[in-house]
Design a protein around this ligand. Structure first.
Ligand code: HAM
Length: 422
C-alpha cells in the first residue's frame, strides 16, 4: 500500500496550520516592506555545484542532490544565499546597489531530525548587498527585532547573540593555531550540539595541542568584550563590535543584543559580524542566524559586501506555542448563503455572485442539510452572517439575514440587501 505519511522530515499543512504559516509569513513580509526591502525568488532546483564547498560546511553533506534525466547534477536548495549571489552576478551591471532584498523560500536539508530541525523548512531571508559600513548591520538587526516584536516577543523571551568571525580569528592567531582557522571555527560552531569532551577531541583532530584547547575554552567562557580585549588587546574586530553594540544600544536595542564570543554559525562564507537569535531558556535550536559575508566567496564572481540572515519557520512556531503566543486564527467568511431546498439553488448562486462582486467573502451551502445543521456549519466556517433563502420569503422578493454572533434575524428585500449587504 502507498505510504500515507508525508516523506520523513517534511510536513503537510492542513488549513488551520496553513493559516498560522500565512500569519507568520505576513509578519515577515510586512516587516521587510516596512524597512524598504524588495521581494525576490528563485527556483527550488539549483545546480549542485553551487553548494559544494571545500571548507567542510555541514550543508554540503546534507544536500538533497541527484542527476536529472539529462545527467545534470542538481540539488533542492538547502539555503537561498548562493542563489541570491547567482542572481546578482547575472545582472551586476544593471542593478543599483545597495540592494535590500527579501524572500521566503522553502529549503531542504537532509538533517538528523531533532526538535526544531526538519528536512524542509521555510526561511525568511533578508539581505543588504553592496553596503560595507555598519549601518547595514544596524538596519538588518533593527528589522529582525521589529519582526520578533510583531510576533509578540520581547527581550525577556529571546536575545540576539552577536559576535564577529574576525574576533575568533584573532583569538586563534593569539593562540598560535596554525591549522586552517575556518575548519577550527566550524568545529567550534558545534559547541552546543556535542559534549565538551567530543568538542576537545574534534579540536585535537584539527591539530590543536591540549594547552591551546584549554586556553581556547577559557576564552570561550569570557562573557564580556572587556575581558576579551584584556586578553587580545584592542584588535579591530573588538573595536568594531564595541561600536556596533553601542549603536544598537542607542537605538534602544540594548536588552535585545548580547555579546557572545561562542557564536560562529556553520557557513564558511561568513566573514565578519555573526549573530543568532536564541530563546532565553536556551531550550531550543537557533531561531535565526545571519552574518556579514562577501558575495565572491559564493563563487559569484562579483565582489560585493553583504549582510543577511535566515529565519526559519520551525523553531519560532515551537517557541510561540510554548509561550502561548500563537494567535487563534479562525476562518473568516462574510456571508454563508443557505438555500432552503434545490428550488432556491439558482437564486443562492446569483446572490452569492452579487456579494462576491461587492468584494465580500461568501460560501454557499448546497449540502442539502436541514436549516439547523446549515446554521451550525455557517458558524463553524466563521461566517459573520447567514443569508437564508426560504420559499415563502423569496416569493415576496425577500430574504432573511441572520447575525451569527448576535443570534438575531431580520428580513430585507433582495434589492435593499444587495444595495447595502450587512
Ligand atoms: P543557517 O544558519 O543555515 O543560515 O539557517 C538559518 C535559519 O534557518 C536557522 O537559524 C533556522 O531557523 C533555519 N533552519 C536551518 N536549517 C533548518 C532545518 N533543518 N529545520 C528547520 N529550520 C532550519 C542560512 O541558511 C543562511 N543562508 C542565512 C543567510 C542569509 N545568511 C546570509 N543571508
Amino acid at each position: 500500500m502507498t505510504d500515507l505519511q508525508p516523506v520523513r522530515g517534511t510536513r503537510d499543512f492542513y488549513p488551520e496550520e496553513l493559516r498560522l504559516r500565512n500569519w507568520l509569513f505576513g509578519i515577515w513580509r510586512e516587516t521587510a516592506l516596512r524597512f524598504g526591502f524588495e521581494e525576490y525568488d528563485t527556483c527550488v532546483l539549483e545546480s549542485e555545484a553551487l553548494y559544494i564547498r571545500k571548507a567542510g560546511d555541514e550543508i554540503t553533506e546534507q544536500l538533497y542532490s541527484f542527476a536529472d534525466k539529462g545527467g545534470r547534477r542538481l540539488a533542492l536548495r538547502p539555503e537561498l544565499t548562493p542563489s541570491l549571489a547567482r542572481m546578482i552576478y547575472q545582472r551586476a551591471r544593471q542593478l543599483r546597489f545597495p540592494l535590500k532584498w527579501f524572500a521566503i523560500p522553502q529549503c531542504f536539508r537532509y538533517e538528523r531530525m531533532t526538535r526544531g530541525r526538519k528536512r524542509e523548512h521555510f526561511q525568511w531571508n533578508m539581505d543588504i548587498v553592496g553596503q560595507a559600513g555598519q549601518i547595514a548591520e544596524i538596519e538588518l538587526l533593527s528589522a529582525l527585532v521589529t519582526g520578533l516584536e510583531a510576533m509578540g516577543l520581547t527581550s525577556a523571551h529571546v536575545r540576539i547573540h552577536l559576535s564577529d568571525r574576525r574576533l575568533l580569528d584573532a583569538v586563534l592567531d593569539h593562540l598560535d593555531v596554525t591549522a586552517d582557522h575556518l575548519r577550527v571555527m566550524i568545529v567550534i560552531d558545534k559547541r552546543d550540539k556535542v559534549t565538551p569532551e567530543t568538542l576537545d577531541a574534534l579540536l585535537v583532530e584539527q591539530g590543536l595541542a591540549p594547552a591551546q584547547i584549554a586556553r581556547l575554552n577559557a576564552i570561550m567562557r569570557m562573557a564580556t568584550l572587556a575581558e576579551i580585549k584584556a586578553e587580545l588587546g584592542a584588535v579591530p574586530a573588538a573595536v568594531d563590535l564595541e561600536n556596533l553594540l553601542g549603536s544598537l544600544a542607542r537605538m534602544g536595542y540594548g536588552d535585545w543584543v548580547h555579546f557572545d564570543i561562542t557564536v560562529v554559525r556553520g557557513l564558511s562564507y561568513y566573514t565578519g559580524t555573526v549573530f543568532e537569535v536564541r530563546d532565553r531558556g536556551a531550550k531550543l535550536r537557533a531561531i535565526a542566524g545571519g552574518a556579514r559575508y562577501l558575495s565572491q566567496d559564493l563563487d559569484a564572481g562579483v565582489q560585493y559586501p553583504a549582510v543577511g540572515f535566515g529565519f526559519g519557520d520551525v523553531v519560532i512556531l515551537e517557541l510561540l506555542a510554548d509561550l502561548k503566543l500563537l494567535p487563534a486564527l479562525e476562518r473568516q467568511i462574510d456571508f454563508a448563503v443557505i438555500p432552503f431546498s434545490p428550488a432556491e439553488h439558482a437564486k443562492a448562486l446569483e446572490i452569492g455572485q452579487a456579494l462576491r462582486r461587492a468584494g465580500l467573502r461568501v460560501d454557499g451551502d448546497f449540502s442539502g442539510s436541514n436549516l439547523k445543521r446549515a446554521l451550525q456549519r455557517a458558524s463553524e466556517i466563521g461566517a459573520a452572517r447567514a443569508v437564508l433563502l426560504m420559499p415563502e420569503e423569496l416569493a415576496r422578493g425577500e430574504l432573511v439575514v441572520r447575525d451569527m454572533a448576535a443570534r438575531s434575524e431580520r428580513r430585507a428585500t433582495i434589492a435593499a440587501f444587495l444595495a447595502e449587504p450587512r
